[in-house]
Each structure stands twice: as structure tokens, then as C-alpha cells.
Design a protein around this ligand. Structure first.
Ligand SMILES: [Zn+2]
Length: 248
């Protein structure tokens, strides 16, 4: 939401957040350059916009260790409410797998040290990420597999971790997805809603810019899976998000 594509009509974007009763917008960081634009929003309204700190797997370069050294003190000074985005992405670049893993392990350790949720980006990489999470898992590690689109078997492995949730975004509205079938095996207590704005907009906004006020469009698809009303889905998934981010 801090990206340039929102600059032109920013006040209308914020107005739609309020219209849809969005209380908090969680902002993941991706690299050193995204910190300032993210913090500009936080400084605009620190109750609405909540920062996180992390190095996105697609931005892990050979200098990752010094980048992470610069980021770590900001976790506390900027009152970050999560560690991320981190993870492993083997769709865009497989050659950096080793350093992506190293950067992820450092960020897992941050999540444990600062008792913050880990926001995991997993693209074609569940088989690399899950063993790392399992190895480093302890009572202080919790988090979200963001934009979850994995198989039923992967979902089961995540559920076994107990302290991890799955983030469901616009993909659930796409006609070709099997996600609704997979979700039937996942209790709603392990689901949070997300947009990944400006990416992956839900139908009917596909191909355009995504924004956080589209969350109810995603929630409506969970009604198909879990039954109940959109209001009930909204209450439960909001409570899940508040719990994992320790917000009130
Ligand atoms: Zn991501």
C-alpha cells in the first residue's frame, strides 16, 4: 500500500479503507528502499498503518548480511509488529537459494528474539521452507504463510506447526484455483485474510491495482467454504489477525 501506484488517488484509497471498516493495514517491508515510503504511511496514521521489517527473498543479494544488520535495530525503534516479508522464492531466481535460506534463518531468529510473527513468502518453495521452520520452531515462533496456495498435504504440515496461520488473498476468487477444496480441511481458526496489495486483486478487479479495502471481496469466498455470513467470517478472521499480531 506504500507503493507509488497509490500516490495519485491516495485520499480516496484511505476513504475506502474507512468505509470498509478496516482497522489496521499491515505493511510488509521488502528491502532498504521500501523502509522510508512505508514509514511515511505509518507517520501519517500510526493506528491504521502498522509496519513490519524484513528482506523479501527476491531482494536477497550477496550483501544480504549487511542489509539485515541495518534492518534489525529498526524492528524496535519503528515498533514493528511483524518480521517480513521473508521466505524463499524459486520462481524468479533459483541461483540465490543458498543465500535466501541464510537470510530466512536470520529472520526466523529475529521473530523468536522479538516475539513477533514471521510473514512467509513461499513461491515454489514449501519443500525448502518447511524443514527450516520445523528445525527452528520453538514456543516463541509463530507466523503466517502469506498468499497461501499450497496443497492439502502442505496445509496439513503447516497445521502441525500449530502456531502458524495461512493468509488467504485474491487467488481464492480465481476460477481455476483448487484453494477452496484445500481450505475445507483447514479450520477457520488458522486463516487470516490479506490482499497483498497492489498485487493479486480479487475478481472483479483482476488485472488492475489491488488495495486493502477489497478484503470483504475475499472474505465473501470464505463463506462458500465455511458457511455462515460474511459478517461472521469477518469477525473470526479479524480476531485471528489481532491474535497473531497481538493487536487490540
Ligand atoms: Zn509475497
Amino acid at each position: 500500500m506504500y507503493q507509488q501506484v497509490f500516490e495519485e488517488d491516495w485520499s480516496a484509497v484511505v476513504e475506502r479503507l474507512h468505509q470498509e471498516k478496516i482497522k489496521h493495514v499491515m505493511l510488509p517491508n521488502i528491502d532498504m528502499n521500501s523502509i522510508d515510503p512505508m514509514m511515511r504511511l505509518v507517520n501519517e496514521d500510526s493506528n491504521l498503518f502498522k509496519p513490519m521489517m524484513g528482506l523479501h527473498p527476491c531482494d536477497v543479494k550477496s550483501d544480504f548480511a549487511s542489509v539485515l544488520d541495518q534492518m534489525e535495530p529498526l524492528i524496535q525503534s519503528y515498533k514493528c509488529c511483524g518480521i517480513g516479508e521473508t521466505g524463499i522464492d524459486l520462481y524468479w531466481d533459483k541461483t540465490t537459494l543458498d543465500i535466501q535460506k541464510e537470510a530466512l534463518i536470520i529472520q526466523i531468529e529475529w521473530a523468536k528474539k522479538y516475539k513477533l510473527p514471521l510473514i512467509i513468502h513461499a513461491r515454489e518453495s514449501f519443500h525448502e521452507i518447511l524443514p527450516l521452520i520445523e528445525k527452528h520452531h520453538d514456543q516463541n515462533l509463530r507466523g503466517i504463510f502469506h498468499c497461501f496456495t499450497g496443497s492439502q498435504q502442505i496445509a496439513e504440515q503447516i497445521l502441525k506447526l500449530e502456531t502458524f496461520m495461512m493468509g488467504i488473498g485474491g487467488v481464492i476468487s480465481y476460477p481455476k484455483t483448487n484453494l477452496k477444496e484445500t481450505l475445507k480441511q483447514i479450520p477457520l481458526s488458522h486463516i487470516v485474510l490479506e490482499t497483498d496489495a497492489p498485487f493479486l486483486p480479487p475478481v472483479p478487479h483482476r488485472g488492475k491495482r489491488n488495495e486493502s479495502s477489497y478484503i470483504p471481496l475475499i472474505g465473501a469466498h470464505l463463506v462458500d467454504v465455511y458457511g455462515g455470513t460474511l459478517e461472521e467470517i469477518a469477525i473470526t478472521t479479524s480476531q485471528n489477525a489481532m491474535r497473531i499480531f497481538e493487536l487490540s
